[in-house]
Design a binder for this molecule. Structure first.
Ligand code: ZN
Length: 509
């Protein structure tokens, strides 16, 4: 058995996962509603095939032999990391009993259907019995995976390896202390004018403009495309075919524009992975079963939030591109200038809904969900008491009275698809983006100069060098230490938010 045999087995797994992604992309963009049932069977079959290939004797033997072959290589050598990640994934999946996996897969479909109904009727009691099962399955998963301190640690290790319930508590306390006073100052200040965002913006012109902006910041259209979906997403079938979607509202401009910049950020990451890693474990999430090159959910989110907020919501961006936007929508923007537009797309105010939250209040939505998930998983909060607990936190954190379950506890899809432990990735992405930007700006003056003149290449090459090209070779914190000199820390993010809000609102924060 040689390293070549190992590579061939893992390349097959990667091909299967890419094929799976194509079926998923199609089901969310093009597939007619009648295709749902047969598609879910095709997806289940391919997922099982990927699992069977990964856990087959032949793969285990090839991986064991390859482990011996790479053991003398330096600890962070790409080849060695490849084999170690495959070995880790094999051990991980071997620990999950087949019956539990089957139960989770089946539960996803029925729980999601119940959630859709419950949300439509704004009635938590419809979803409650299913959520009780989702929590039960999550606990069983945590037990199977194994953990030292908190069952939540095991669940997070799937999406954000290295992060724990304890580390999140520390991070969130720092964010709360840093962002809270800024939110207070901004809430008391006069809100910028934003009425024009709700005028008429023809969808075909929105699509053309969003695509132009995505390409401008570095998303390669020769290896990508932009489509229209209800929930925006990015998905890749190797670095050579990376697709993004956004959503369009005729009477509200921001979602298409910032959705496209956000997803383009994810896309630029995938397109920038070292070509040598294609079809290897360094471009395959073997634990989560995704064909993805980014190192963790949080690291991925750092790239999308960076392009959406640090680039797309900056004053320089709109000083440079507002004239083009105004030319595209002359009727809607005839009485607006770039400064007014910049302030409008950065206004901050507490709301009930996470996906509509601004930069300043977004993390409060994440902290609330993470606290609730932790309590559900360790049993300190019962599912039946969830709506009451949710509403109490929204009142104390954001000062709002939740009008109904649909606008409260039922708003997110995650729990209905058995995902518990993923919300923190959004906040980790925000923190990581600011940390990377702070170092990029300090060390490489061409980046700031480029952002001021509309040349986004220096930023992209810095990110490619320090983040994108490495794929899954290093851990998230290894990447951060190599590029910024330290592991994840919230200082640069708090400083960024404070500076931004002082600028937008013209008040001391
Ligand atoms: Zn994202």
């Amino acid at each position: 058995m040689s390293y070549a045999a190992f590579s061939e087995r893992l390349a097959t797994v990667n091909d299967l996962l890419n094929a799976l992604s194509i079926l998923t992309w199609d089901s969310r963009t093009m597939m007619p509603p009648g295709g749902v049932e047969s598609r879910s069977k095709q997806i289940a079959t391919l997922t099982a095939a990927a699992r069977d290939t990964l856990l087959a004797d032949e793969t285990r033997k090839a991986t064991d032999a390859a482990l011996r072959e790479v053991s003398s290589l330096p600890e962070d050598d790409a080849k060695r990391r490849c084999v170690e990640q495959a070995a880790h994934a094999i051990a991980f999946h071997s620990r999950i009993p087949g019956a539990l996996q089957k139960r989770r897969a089946e539960l996803k479909t029925v729980a999601n259907a119940a959630w859709i109904k419950a949300r439509a009727q704004s009635d938590f009691s419809i979803f409650q019995p299913y959520l009780e099962q989702v929590v039960e399955v999550a606990r069983a998963y945590a037990d199977a995976i194994g953990y030292e301190k908190h069952p939540y640690d095991a669940l997070m290790s799937i999406y954000e390896p290295g992060e724990t319930a304890e580390s999140l508590t520390t991070l969130f306390a720092a964010l709360r202390a840093g962002i809270g006073p800024v939110l207070k100052a901004v809430t008391a200040a006069e809100q910028p004018r934003a009425d024009f965002l709700e005028r008429t913006y023809p969808v075909d012109r929105q699509h053309a403009f969003a695509l132009k902006m995505a390409a401008l910041i570095g998303y390669d259209l020769n290896r990508g495309r932009l489509d229209n979906t209800v929930h925006p997403f990015e998905i890749s079938f190797t670095r050579n075919d990376v697709r993004i979607t956004t959503r369009f509202y005729e009477n509200y401009l921001p979602p298409s524009l910032f959705g496209a910049l956000h997803e383009a950020g994810h896309g630029i990451y995938e397109q920038g992975v070292d070509p040598a890693y294609t079809r290897t474990p360094l471009a395959t999430d073997l634990v989560g079963y995704y064909a993805v090159g980014g190192v963790s959910f949080g690291a991925h989110e750092s790239q999308s939030r960076l392009y959406e907020n640090h680039v797309g919501r900056s004053r320089a961006f709109w000083r440079l591109h507002f004239a083009d936007l105004q030319k595209t929508f002359p009727e809607a923007l005839h009485d607006v200038d770039h400064e007014t537009f910049y302030r409008a797309v950065n206004r901050a105010r507490p709301g009930y809904i996470r996906v509509e939250a601004d930069e300043l209040t977004y993390d409060f939505h994440i902290m609330l969900r993470t606290e609730i998930e932790k309590s559900l998983v360790d049993g300190s909060l019962a599912v039946k008491d969830l709506p009451e607990a949710w509403n109490a936190i929204i009142k104390s954190e954001l000062g709002l009275v939740v009008p109904n379950d649909a606008k409260g506890v039922l708003q997110d899809i995650h729990w209905s698809t058995c995902q518990i432990g993923t919300f923190c990735n959004y906040t980790i992405g925000n923190v990581m983006a600011a940390q990377l930007m702070e170092t990029a700006r300090k060390t490489t003056p061409a980046i700031q100069a480029g952002l001021e003149t509309g040349d986004y290449a220096p930023l992209q090459s810095w990110l490619a060098e320090h983040v994108h090209q490495h794929g899954r070779r290093f851990t998230r914190d290894e990447l951060l230490v190599k590029s910024t000199g330290r592991a994840l820390e919230p200082g640069p993010y708090i400083a960024y938010l404070r500076g931004k809000m002082a600028d937008v609102y013209g008040v001391a924060v």
